[in-house]
Design a protein around this ligand. Structure first.
Ligand SMILES: NC(=O)c1ccc[n+]([C@@H]2O[C@H](COP(=O)([O-])OP(=O)(O)OC[C@H]3O[C@@H](n4cnc5c(N)ncnc54)[C@H](O)[C@@H]3O)[C@@H](O)[C@H]2O)c1
Length: 454
C-alpha cells in the first residue's frame, strides 16, 4: 500500500475538508469539497481594487493550484458582480457575510474591506470558524483592537496581518544584519518617509482622508512603517510624542466641488482626475455609486477631510531605543531614508527620489574606534514583483507553503498588527492633546523590551 506523508498543513486541510464534507447536508457542496480537497478553501470579503487584484485575480492566477476561492462578498451588489467577472473564480457571491461563511465554510477568510470595518469581519470570521488573513491596518482604534485580541483568545483562531513591507529582499537583509548583531544593540532609528502630492491625492479622494474611516495616515499608512521598526529592532513601543497638520488638502484648499468628474474648477485644479477614463475604475466604482454612495473621486479639498498631510513623531521603545519618524506627504519627492545607530555601528539605507538603481545600497559604518573595520556598502539586488518584490514572497508563504521556514519572523500576527497601530493611535492622541501618550493602557498589551514570538 502506498504510504503518503503529510505536512502539518496538508493534514489539517485534508482532515478539515473531510469533516466538513461529513457535516454538510448539501451534496453539491460536499462534491465541491471532495473535488478540490487538497486546496485551501478561501473566501474574500471586500472587492475594491485591492481585493479583486492581489487577493482575487492574481491569487487565482499564481496560487490556483493551492487555493480554491469558495465565496466572494461585498456590501455593494454592483461592485460584487463586476468583481466576480474580473476575478473569474466562478464561485458564489454574497452581499450577506454570515450567509457566505455559513454556506461555504471556508478555512481562511481574506479581509480587504475598508479599514474601519476590518474588526467586524475578523471577529465574526473567527467566530464562524475561519483563520483570518487581514490587510493592514488590522483596525483603526484601540477599542476595536482590544475586541480583536479578545476574539482571537475566545475562538482560538489565527489572524495574520499582511505586512508586505517586511518582505522585500533588501529589507530582509537589513533585518538579518541587525539580528546577527552587525551594529550591536540598536539605540536609535531615523525613519523618514515621503509621499508625493499625487500619491497623497489618491488617499484624500477616498475614505483615507476621514479619520473615522481610515484612522488618519498615522494609522492607515504609518502602520507599515511602525511595524517595520518594531520588527527590525525586535522591540515594542512605550511612549509617543507627535505633531501633525493638514496644510494642502481639505479645508486648506482654495476651492471645492462635489467630485472631480463634474467639478467647476477642473481647469484650475492641479489634482483633477477623470476616473471615467479608466475602464476598470469606472466599472468597479463609478457604475456602482448608486448602490451605496461610495464616491472614489471625491474632492481633495472637501471640508470633512480631517487627516494630516505632515507628520512627525518621537517614539520611545521598551528596549531603550528612540525612533525619530516623519511621514511627509506635502512634498514632490517619493522615497525614504532609514538609519539605525547601534552600540557597534550604523546602518543606512535610502530608496526612491533619485534614479532608482537595480540594487539597494545598505551603508555600514562600524564604530571603528572599537573594531578597526572600514565603512562599506552592501549591495542587495532588487527583485521584481509588487511592493519592491515583497508581495510574491509573502504570498508564497501564505498560500503555497504555510510551513515554509520563517527565520526572520516575517509573518505577522495580531500582536504585531496591534502594536503597529497603537503607535499611530498614540500619535493621533498626542497631536490632539500636545502630550506624550503611553502605549500601555490603550489595550491589555504590555509593551515588551523583546517582541514575543508570533
Ligand atoms: N498592504 C498594502 O500595501 C495595501 C495596498 C492597498 C490597500 N490595502 C488595504 O486593503 C484594504 C482595501 O483597500 P481598497 O483600496 O481596495 O479599498 P476600497 O475602498 O476600494 O475597497 C473596500 C471594499 O470593501 C467593501 N466594504 C466596505 N464595508 C464592507 C462590509 N461591511 N462588508 C463587506 N464589504 C464591505 C466596499 O464596498 C469596497 O468594495 C484596505 O484595508 C487597505 O488599507 C493594503
Amino acid at each position: 500500500m502506498e504510504k503518503k506523508s503529510y505536512t502539518r498543513n496538508e493534514f489539517i486541510r485534508t482532515a478539515g475538508a473531510a469533516m466538513g464534507g461529513a457535516m454538510l447536508a448539501s451534496p453539491l457542496i460536499s462534491y465541491a469539497k471532495k473535488k478540490q480537497a487538497n486546496k485551501t478553501r478561501i473566501a474574500l470579503v471586500g472587492t475594491g481594487v485591492r481585493g479583486v487584484s492581489m487577493y482575487g485575480r492574481n491569487l487565482l492566477r499564481d496560487y490556483g493550484d493551492y487555493v480554491e476561492m469558495v465565496g466572494i462578498c461585498d456590501i455593494n451588489p454592483g461592485r460584487l458582480r463586476y468583481a466576480s467577472e474580473f476575478i473569474g473564480a466562478g464561485c458564489p457571491t454574497y452581499t450577506d457575510f454570515d450567509q457566505m461563511l455559513n454556506e461555504q465554510q471556508p478555512e481562511t477568510l481574506i479581509v480587504t474591506t475598508e479599514d474601519s470595518v476590518h474588526h467586524k469581519q475578523i471577529i465574526r470570521g473567527m467566530e464562524l470558524g475561519c483563520n483570518i488573513i487581514s490587510e493592514k491596518p488590522i483596525t483603526i482604534d484601540e477599542y476595536k483592537a482590544q475586541a480583536i485580541l479578545d476574539a482571537e483568545k475566545k475562538y482560538g483562531k489565527q489572524v495574520i496581518v499582511t505586512f508586505n513591507y517586511r518582505y522585500p529582499p533588501y529589507r530582509a537583509k537589513i533585518k538579518e544584519l541587525i539580528m546577527n548583531g552587525m551594529i550591536g544593540d540598536v539605540t536609535s532609528v531615523d525613519f523618514h518617509w515621503n509621499i508625493t502630492h499625487s500619491h497623497l491625492m489618491r488617499y484624500m479622494q477616498r475614505w483615507h482622508g476621514e479619520r473615522n474611516r481610515g484612522g488618519t495616515l498615522w494609522v492607515h499608512k504609518s502602520t507599515h512603517h511602525f511595524d517595520m521598526v518594531n520588527w527590525f529592532i525586535d522591540s515594542e513601543p512605550l511612549q509617543v510624542q507627535a505633531y501633525g497638520t493638514l496644510e494642502r488638502f481639505g479645508r486648506s484648499g482654495p476651492f471645492r466641488g462635489r467630485n472631480c468628474r463634474n467639478c467647476n474648477f477642473t481647469d484650475r485644479c492641479k489634482y483633477h482626475w477623470d476616473i471615467t477614463q479608466n475602464d476598470h475604475m469606472r466599472r468597479l466604482y463609478v457604475e456602482n455609486e448608486h448602490y451605496d454612495g461610495y464616491i472614489r473621486d471625491n474632492c481633495v479639498f472637501r471640508e470633512q477631510i480631517d487627516a494630516y498631510d505632515k507628520h512627525a513623531a518621537l517614539v520611545k521603545y521598551a528596549n531603550g531605543a528612540f525612533l525619530n519618524y516623519s511621514l511627509t506627504a506635502d512634498t514632490e519627492h517619493e522615497g525614504y531614508w532609514l538609519a539605525f545607530d547601534g552600540t557597534e555601528g550604523r546602518l543606512e539605507v535610502r530608496s526612491g527620489g533619485w534614479p532608482e538603481k537595480d540594487h539597494a545600497d545598505v551603508v555600514f559604518m562600524p564604530n571603528r574606534r572599537y573594531s578597526g573595520e572600514n565603512e562599506r556598502v552592501i549591495q542587495i539586488e532588487r527583485v521584481s514583483g509588487g511592493h519592491w518584490g515583497g508581495d510574491p514572497i509573502m504570498n508564497d508563504k501564505l498560500f503555497k507553503d504555510p510551513d515554509m521556514p520563517d527565520p526572520l519572523g516575517q509573518q505577522a500576527g495580531t500582536r504585531d498588527g496591534v502594536m503597529s497601530i497603537l503607535i499611530g493611535i498614540a500619535a493621533r492622541k498626542s497631536v490632539e492633546t500636545g502630550k506624550a501618550v503611553d502605549i500601555e493602557g490603550l489595550t491589555e498589551l504590555k509593551p515588551m523590551a523583546k517582541r514575543p514570538k508570533v
